[in-house]
Design a protein around this ligand. Structure first.
Ligand SMILES: [Zn+2]
Length: 176
């Protein structure tokens, strides 16, 4: 059962159905990301059996953590990433990731990242200058909102990481 996003972004989660392996235009698909700070990273997405998907990135964070924002951006088809790719690759990528559980987790993670960023902005914008007794309630409210957003983001990261690694635990899927 696919989980719908609690923040109402579920319309994306339900988008598209899984395309049969034999009908894929590219498998694996390789996406090169030119970093603003310079340098290029390469995200590789391979569909294995069923909906199992192996994703890797050439960056250092991926090597250390087993996931990175590049993977999240590519899997969630971030407009910024898509705008830099040729039309054929965009079509192949959309088809490759359509309906995958990993993509649903990636989109939920993006939604939680946005919610956290908004919560942090709100905290900065609305926090009182002083801590006069009457203003403490405002702090309490802002901090608890931020704590909820932070904890939900942490959960979303955990679910995404577990889903990134899911293919490893299925025998016979590991590429040679
Ligand atoms: Zn990366």
């Amino acid at each position: 059962m696919l989980q719908r996003n609690r923040r109402g972004n579920g319309r994306n989660a339900a988008e598209g159905s899984v395309v049969a392996m034999g009908d894929l235009l590219h498998n694996p698909a390789v996406v090169e990301i030119v970093e603003k700070a310079g340098g290029t990273e390469r995200v590789t997405i391979s569909r294995l059996k069923g909906v199992h998907t192996q994703v890797s990135c050439s960056c250092e964070i991926f090597a250390q953590e087993g996931w990175c924002q590049h993977c999240v951006d590519v899997l969630s088809l971030s407009p910024e990433i898509l705008s830099g790719l040729d039309v054929e690759l965009v079509a192949a990528l959309r088809q490759l990731v359509s309906g995958l559980p990993l993509v649903i987790e990636a989109r939920q993670l993006v939604a939680q990242q946005q919610a956290f960023a908004e919560s942090l902005q709100k905290f900065d914008a609305e926090r009182p200058d002083g801590v006069a007794a009457g203003k403490l309630t405002i702090f309490t409210e802002l901090v608890s909102e931020l704590a909820v957003a932070s904890s939900e983001l942490e959960d979303a990261v955990g679910r995404f990481r577990r889903r990134m690694d899911a293919w490893k635990s299925v025998s016979g899927l590991r590429a040679g």
